[in-house]
Design a protein around this ligand. Structure first.
Ligand SMILES: [Zn+2]
Length: 137
């Protein structure tokens, strides 16, 4: 497979926000987040970097309601109501967990196409934290 080129806008955001996966040179599976040893074949540590598209589909999801949410979701919790958190199967293979935004929680379905977007997640001590959310795509 050809190396996937990295669009300019990805270069302007911090490294930790780039969705760079590792394509295993032995088994061809894509690891994300990056690992020291391929988690699929567990023998190879030789990788090629690939820019993930951020596109995928909902593998499974839960609706989180008030109480028991991890700190990064505290703002949504304060805002009230339920919000969906999904495990998304990316086009390239790896699965990623994230909140699904810009959608009525009742509309979220398994196999729904989504794409990752860098969004403000929460504010802590006046510092805005960013992370990935999925939106219908
Ligand atoms: Zn492998």
């Amino acid at each position: 497979m050809a190396h996937v080129s990295v669009p300019m806008y990805w270069r302007t955001i911090p490294q930790r926000y780039k969705m760079i996966g590792q394509k295993c040179k032995k088994c061809g599976a894509v690891n994300f987040p990056p690992k020291g040893v391929c988690k699929y074949c567990q023998t190879s540590s030789e990788f090629e970097e690939v820019q993930l598209s951020g596109r995928g589909k909902v593998h499974t999801f839960v609706l989180i309601s008030a109480g028991g949410a991890p700190p990064e979701f505290a703002e949504q919790e304060k805002a009230g109501g339920q919000y969906p958190v999904a495990i998304v199967q990316l086009e390239e293979g790896p699965k990623m967990i994230g909140q699904i935004a810009d959608v009525d929680p009742k509309e979220v379905k398994i196999d729904m196409p989504v794409k990752a977007e860098l969004r403000k997640i929460y504010t802590e001590e006046e510092v805005i934290r960013y992370g990935f959310k999925f939106v219908p795509g």
